[in-house]
Design a protein around this ligand. Structure first.
Ligand SMILES: C[S@@+](CC[C@H](N)C(=O)[O-])C[C@H]1O[C@@H](n2cnc3c(N)ncnc32)[C@H](O)[C@@H]1O
Length: 232
């Protein structure tokens, strides 16, 4: 039996390699550029936060430290259970099975929506965006944390593996739907070369991963991102 909600978009990195994905999450943005940008636009102390496509729940404790209530929504059953285990001592966090297209939430109940590395938000995701319009409260903000494949070392690697990825088309799609785009530069910082290698091998095709590891020394990777924002 397939243990995932209908409409889930395959996410091979975290579905197949959750332990390595945890290493990746620990390496992402050690300077907290993403959190500072989001807090600068719509702070979450006292708010209701939705982490959509929350995976194994890595980001839930960060939101829970200041929010009144945090809801993680995730379609993959194993990841729902992992996320629930992670937050079992946090009384203000709930993890629910579900998808962007069918959110298990009441209308006008969310102040801040965070979706990170969310393949399910791109051209064709109008049903998910309509659901967001339903659940977001006036005064809230929705954030989609996305790659910026046009810049940086990571962007160059990403284009090599995803040759048909069309950043301009994605940017235009979101602009048409009324979303703004903020460009930021973050980095990956790993504790060891073995960690960096393991993550590169789950994110890129095998031949590309070999080439990347042969050309790139050290423990850091500069990484350009787009933070997509919609205010309610
Ligand atoms: C690349 S992972 C990122 C996980 C998490 N946001 C993080 O940063 O650790 C993408 C996640 O989106 C989930 N996902 C896939 N399709 C989805 C959908 N239609 N609605 C909501 N989440 C979805 C996947 O199961 C996976 O956990």
């Amino acid at each position: 039996m397939v243990d995932r909600s209908a409409g889930a978009i395959p996410s091979p990195n975290i579905w197949r390699f959750p332990a390595v994905y945890e290493v990746e999450n620990r390496a992402v943005d050690p300077d907290h550029v993403i959190e500072a940008t989001l807090q600068g636009i719509r702070p979450w102390p006292g708010a209701t936060v939705l982490d959509l496509g929350c995976g194994s729940g890595f980001h839930l404790p960060v939101f829970a430290a200041q929010a009144a209530e945090v809801v993680g929504v995730e379609p993959h059953g194993t990841l729902v259970r992992k996320a629930r285990r992670r937050v079992k001592r946090l009384a203000n966090v709930t993890v629910l099975p579900g998808t962007a297209q069918q959110l298990p939430l009441r209308a006008a109940s969310v102040d801040v929506m965070h979706a990170r590395w969310a393949y399910f938000f791109g051209p064709g995701c109008e049903p998910g965006l309509r659901e967001l319009d339903r659940v977001m409260r006036r005064g809230g903000a929705a954030f989609v944390i996305d790659n910026d494949a046009t810049r940086s070392t990571f962007g160059r690697w990403f284009r090599r593996t995803h040759a048909t990825y069309d950043q301009t088309a994605i940017d235009r799609f979101f602009a048409r739907q009324g979303w703004g785009a903020i460009r930021r530069d973050i980095r990956w910082l790993f504790a060891s070369r073995a960690e960096l290698e393991a993550v590169v091998r789950i994110e890129f095709a095998p031949g590309d991963a070999d080439a990347i590891l042969a050309e790139h020394d050290g423990l850091e990777v500069d990484y350009a991102i787009t933070i997509r924002v919609r205010r309610y």
